[in-house]
Design a protein around this ligand. Sequence first.
Ligand SMILES: [Zn+2]
Length: 417
Amino acid sequence: MAARRGTNLDRVGGFNDAVVLDAIRRTERLSRVELAEATGLSGQAISNIIRRLLDAGLVREAGRQKSTGLGKPRTLLELEPSGQYAVGVHLDPAVVTVVVLDLTGEVVARRSVGTPYADDPDVLIDRIVATIEDVISQAGAPRERVIGAGIAAPGPIDVERGVVVDPPNLSAWHLVPLRDELRERTGLPVLLDKDVTAAAAAEKWAGGSDRHGSFVFFYLGTGIGAGLVIGDEVVRGSSSNVGEIGHVIVDPDGPVCYCGRRGCVGETSQPRYLVQQAVQAGVLAQGIDLDDRQAVDAAFARLCSVAESGPGVAREIVAALAERIAKVVEDIANLLDLERVVFGGPHWEQLAPFFSDAVQTALKERFLVRSVHPFEVAGTALGADVGAIGAASLVLDQTFSPNPSVLLPEGQLVAER
Ligand SMILES: [Zn+2]
């Protein structure tokens, strides 16, 4: 992956600092000469920037390159992990997860707590604030090095006002000024973004070297959603609500969705629907209460383990799910010329053992772009914390993003004034 190019104009110091930090992050270790080559900046400009970054504690020297016999060996530079920290919060209807990342994107502390089912949003905000403070001290992060907190929440969200508009199963949260409340109570700059966008950012950041380029993060949870990374940049759309794919119709004869139409991909991907199918097909015993979330989750786990054990009706039910999802993935991938789909979210772990193959098979006959380049099907390497890690990544992104087009809308990362 090529580094971004800098500009040798003086007035863009902050821009060039970000270009250099980003180049170091992408390759882990670089000498000043290599940095000049990678960024197009002059040797003098690189020296000045590195001196500034060393003083700020954002980079450190990391030994010397082996001598090539020509001149003295070059000093290597790498990110100083303790240079900055970012907090990430994933607000899920069932669980609140909080992580702290260091500058290299490593998780240095984490905690998850049950989401309180209170009518009073203050109770939940108090719980989140207390957990944030706990995790920061658990990380041993000096307060002045914590540059902000990101919140990943179910959409739709109102980025301008920093509110969650209508979160599923959190009716008390309708239009609560979450961002400003957290900013006030923690004193940290806070940004709010969609859970799927955060998850896509996490994959870009921490998912490994093969997560560069253009991909869709397909979130399988209480809802279905898609986060997009195109050309290494997280895409957010006009109102940061990109990726609302839950109501794409994949089965015109399917169940009625709450939107009033039949066979939406979101509705037909819910454990509740799959469990119901499995009961009708005789794979699961009668008598499961489909309104009892825990009972449905347990039944869904049984369905997945039967499907994993070998061919049969259970496997066919899951293969049909894979087929429906493949239809949506195909359209997104063709529309945007993507290289891969990465699956994740709360329901992913149970589906993972056989789902990638099923989607791959379903896509084989469908995917048009495959004649030009291969299309990869992958699962997240970041596990269940992917939303929280992503929320923190979005905060760190601002340190490394020299491209103004990927900066968050003005005022989104709001510091206490
Ligand atoms: Zn629908």
